[in-house]
Design a protein. Structure first.
Lengths: 366, 270
């Protein structure tokens, strides 16, 4: 069976290597050896290229599994699945077509699918994981703290079902937004004329036209990741961007993009458009009121970069419902909606309302 | 007949104010704008109210209140009420309509039980109908409105609750009367706690919801790249609104409210 998957083995003991965010090096948990990413890249470059070539060959040719019967039985889901062989133990791994890095459930080896990151699909950048799994778990516990409406049973009984370090694919859009906006503004003055209070409102047609440049507006390119959740863990510090290397991937899951540039650009356009309007509106000063009359925004496309961003995904289950949390593995920002104890909420509302109403009654009616 | 102020009568004589056509216990018609029979009718109505409600309803007309050394018609009316010791009973319960014909000024003065039996709401009704007649120089019609409304308002108060009590927060004549909070009080009592509770509730729920879609890209703006090409602020036109500021010397027909010194009332022009 051709080796489609490359896993990074320790040259000293043969154990699986993983990328350690705190040291920024590849580390062997068995013998404790560490390796610089750049040095190790040279070593594995050749084997990666070979594996990628074989993967592409297999992808395009007739040497694929015959899944026609399975698809008929399992439905359309099977069409989106791929099978690979673990080069370490030989187990067959079935995963999503977009999966680019995973780990073997049988031998625990961290495995990379090199073909997913070659040619057009190869990311330009990667931000390596800076915070480890423990930091993610601690952040989740901290997230629970101070949440008055969080059911106690949730934080006590709740068990973290799964913690996954995932490199999430993002498109980073460069561009320029040019806008021409008209406002109706008024300036109000009042004066006393004898027995009359005279209010004069001066009306103005205000126009602002201008442009502003944007750099690396991120839009997540994975259908599996909720857009709002990925937006909420922004921003990423782009000073931490590194040229892409698969050496950063061991130990984490990684997806390749499955949302196209065109599909993602719509969200970036909307954000840039809103920002340029807001920036131009902020230059309209000295008026009593200012309302938008018309706007014309042109977006000038720039470069698009493909990057992998480090995200810890933590999923928990409570009362039969799943709760997903995401943490920016570079900044530590954790987000995720929490369950609400509605009984406590309404009792609290009643507890606030009743004494206040009594106080008001005493103050206003007695 | 109540004793009319010696000083006031002296002033009338000294200044040769034409003394009038009719002078009874309740109607002092110095300006001579009513016929004797009309004045007698009004006097009878006032006497009837005095017997029924033990409350004095007075009507005074003069040519020009400034002849008596006052610059404000309400002050002049209060002085008249006080100096003449108007009103019935120990508390001098009564109501006075004081008319100054040459400068078309009037004042309504309430004292004692009049303060509470005539609510601000009731005074509005009385004043509106009365002034409608005066503006058309229908003097007798206006005085009739004054008498009729006064009787109606006194009868409502005698039945237990002054007309429109609570509309403008008037005091109830019966100190022991307790009808509970009005609509405004209930809205205040329930509204303020409700708003505070909703705000706190939203803050608590907001803590639980930390996920939202981004709508702006402010953090990704390249520094110093905002280039404003056009910046024009063109004046187009102006609009002007005039609102009359009410004052004691208001002369557009609206009335000024007064209170203090045991009296309350209002004054204005007709």
């Amino acid at each position: 069976m051709p080796s489609q998957i490359t896993n990074y083995k320790c040259p000293a003991c043969g154990g699986p290597l993983r990328f350690a965010g705190d040291s920024g090096k590849l580390q062997c948990d068995y013998c404790g050896s560490t390796y610089d990413v750049s040095e190790f890249e040279k070593t594995v470059e050749q084997s990666d290229a070979k594996a990628a070539e074989e993967f592409q060959k297999k992808k395009g040719g007739g040497d694929t599994w015959d899944t026609s019967e399975l698809e008929a039985q399992w439905g359309p889901d099977a069409a989106g699945m791929k099978s690979y062989s673990c080069p370490s133990c030989g187990a067959e791994l079935i995963c999503d077509a977009a999966t680019a890095a995973t780990s073997c459930p049988y031998c625990g080896n961290n495995a990379i699918v090199p073909g997913q990151f070659s040619g057009d699909l190869k990311p330009d950048f990667v931000i390596p994981f800076k915070l480890d799994k423990k930091a993610a778990v601690d952040a989740l516990k901290k997230h629970y703290k101070g949440k008055y409406l969080l059911p106690r049973a949730f934080s006590r009984q709740n068990h973290i079902e799964e913690v996954q370090g995932v490199y999430v694919p993002f498109w980073l859009f460069d561009g320029k937004a040019d806008a021409d906006i008209s406002f109706h503004a008024t300036r109000e003055t009042s004066r006393r004329e004898g027995e009359y209070e005279v209010t004069t409102i001066r009306h103005y047609d205000v126009r602002r036209a201008g442009s502003v440049e944007f750099e690396r507006v991120p839009v997540d390119a994975s259908k599996r990741m909720p857009d709002d959740m990925m937006d909420s863990i922004e921003p990423f510090d782009y000073d931490g961007l590194k040229p892409f290397s698969t050496a950063y991937l061991p130990g984490f899951l990684a997806d390749r993009y499955d949302v196209t540039i065109e599909e993602s650009a719509r969200r970036a356009d909307e954000r840039c458009s809103n920002t340029v309007v807001e920036m131009l509106e902020s230059t309209v000063k000295g008026y009593t009121t200012c309302s938008l009359e018309s706007k014309n925004v042109n977006l000038i496309r720039g470069k698009v970069h493909y990057a992998l961003m480090p995200v810890w995904l933590l999923s928990t289950k409570w009362a039969g419902k799943n709760f997903l949390f995401a943490m920016n593995a570079q900044s530590g920002k954790l987000v995720g909606d929490l369950p609400i104890n509605w009984v406590k909420f309404w009792l609290t509302c009643a507890g606030i309302f009743a004494p206040l109403a009594a106080l008001c009654y005493w103050f206003f009616c007695t | 007949m109540r004793r009319i102020s010696y000083l006031f009568l002296l002033a009338c004589l000294t200044l040769c104010v034409p003394v009038c056509a009719f002078e009874g216990e309740y109607v002092f018609e110095e300006a001579g704008i009513l016929s004797d029979s009309d004045a007698q009718t009004l006097e009878s109505q006032a006497q009837s109210m005095a017997q029924t409600y033990d409350f004095g309803v007075y009507l005074v007309t003069v040519d020009d209140f400034t002849d008596y050394g006052y610059s404000d018609v309400y002050d002049c009316a209060v002085a008249f009420y006080e100096e003449s010791e108007l009103g019935l009973g120990d508390d001098h319960d009564g109501e006075l309509l004081f008319m100054s014909m040459s400068n078309r000024k009037y004042a309504l003065v309430y004292h004692g039980y009049g303060d509470t039996a005539f609510t601000e709401y009731g005074r509005d009704l009385l004043e509106n109908d009365m002034l409608d007649c005066f503006r058309n120089d229908d003097w007798y019609g206006g005085f009739q409105q004054y008498m009729e409304w006064s009787e109606y308002l006194l009868s409502e108060a005698a039945n237990g609750e002054p007309l429109g009590w609570g509309e403008y927060g008037d005091e109830h004549p019966d100190d022991d009367y307790d009808d509970g909070p009005g609509l405004v009080e209930w809205l205040t009592v329930l509204g303020i706690p409700a708003v505070i509770t909703v705000v706190i509730g939203l803050v608590l729920i907001g803590q639980m919801d930390t996920v939202s879609e981004a709508t702006k890209a402010n953090e990704y703006v390249v520094p110093h790249t905002l280039n404003i090409r056009t910046k024009s602020d063109r004046y187009t036109h102006s609009t002007e609104t005039r609102v009359k500021v009410k004052s004691d010397s208001d002369s557009d027909g609206g009335s000024t409210h007064h209170s203090g010194g045991g009296y309350s009332g209002r004054s204005g022009s007709f």
